[in-house]
Design a protein around this ligand. Structure first.
Ligand code: ZN
Length: 269
């Protein structure tokens, strides 16, 4: 069975602690049967987004048929953040954006105008935008879902499907907001059954947070999906099909030929 992990981190370090190498990351995917991973930064949430976007792209380009980089920007920087979004998305290797509003220290309402510009830009490039969710004060599931309501053209993904305390409202929000999706990264097998019952299996994607912890985390999070005893169709949607649809893998399959070096730094309007 083909598997896409829609929520991982591949970076050199986090808060001064070394993270795993790209080789160990790929070995972890192989060990658990994961074909493709969407990779996010960690250090880029704290400092110098452009530099970390470039470093992430470089890591992804070593395995262009396995790794899909998602860019990040700091919306508190206003127009500069929109410019960096355009710079990254002008390279088709970046197939998504990732925000961690809690670590990046902004509530979406604080940077509303910039965030809406970024989401319109993502919608124009037809790439999904994944937000960490499930933790107050900046990242409640309600705050993230509200962004999906404000820009209905953008595909918004709850990075943790409500995580723990917000799984119940996550199901209702997914049901009610057509362009809102959720990554099952954290919630357990009973939560997955609930989310599918409430919102439908077309709304849920598999994700693990692999990369900030060893491959056992990925194995455990896959077990959460298998233990939910889904029908073969629902299982395929959650593990592969929904992610493949948001990532446009049918129209633009991953290819080694697409690997590039660094995105140009030139002025993009
Ligand atoms: Zn994460």
């Amino acid at each position: 069975m083909s598997i896409i992990d829609f929520h991982t981190h591949l970076d050199e370090a986090w808060l001064g602690n070394s993270l795993m190498s790209s080789e160990d990351f790929i070995a972890g995917l192989d060990k658990t049967g994961v074909d493709i991973a969407c990779i996010f930064t960690m250090q880029g949430f704290y400092e110098d987004c452009p530099r970390h976007n470039d470093l992430l792209l470089k890591r992804a380009d070593r395995y262009p048929d396995r790794l899909i980089p998602f860019a990040t920007v700091d919306p508190k920087q206003g127009a500069q953040a929109v410019k960096e979004t355009k710079r990254c998305l002008s390279n088709p290797r970046f197939r998504g954006m990732k925000f961690h509003t809690w670590i990046q220290s902004f509530a979406p309402s604080m940077v509303k105008e910039t965030m809406i510009d970024i989401l319109h830009c993502a919608a124009e490039h037809k790439v999904p935008v994944l937000f960490h969710d499930g933790t107050p004060p900046y990242a409640t599931t309600f705050q993230i879902a509200d962004l999906a309501r404000q820009v209905p053209e953008a595909d918004i993904v709850l990075g943790h499907a409500g995580l723990a305390d917000y799984v119940y409202p996550a199901g209702q929000l997914l049901r009610d907001i057509p362009n809102l999706y959720a990554c099952l990264c954290g919630p357990r097998c009973g939560d997955l059954q609930y989310l599918i019952q409430e919102a439908g299996s077309h709304k849920i994607l598999f994700g693990s947070d692999f990369g900030i912890a060893e491959w056992l985390l990925l194995a455990e999070r896959l077990d959460n999906v298998y233990a939910a005893d889904l029908s073969p169709d629902d299982l395929h949607r959650v593990l592969y099909q929904n992610a493949a649809r948001l990532l446009k893998l049918d129209q633009s399959p991953l290819s080694a030929a697409d690997a590039t070096s660094i995105v140009p730094k030139g002025d993009l309007t």
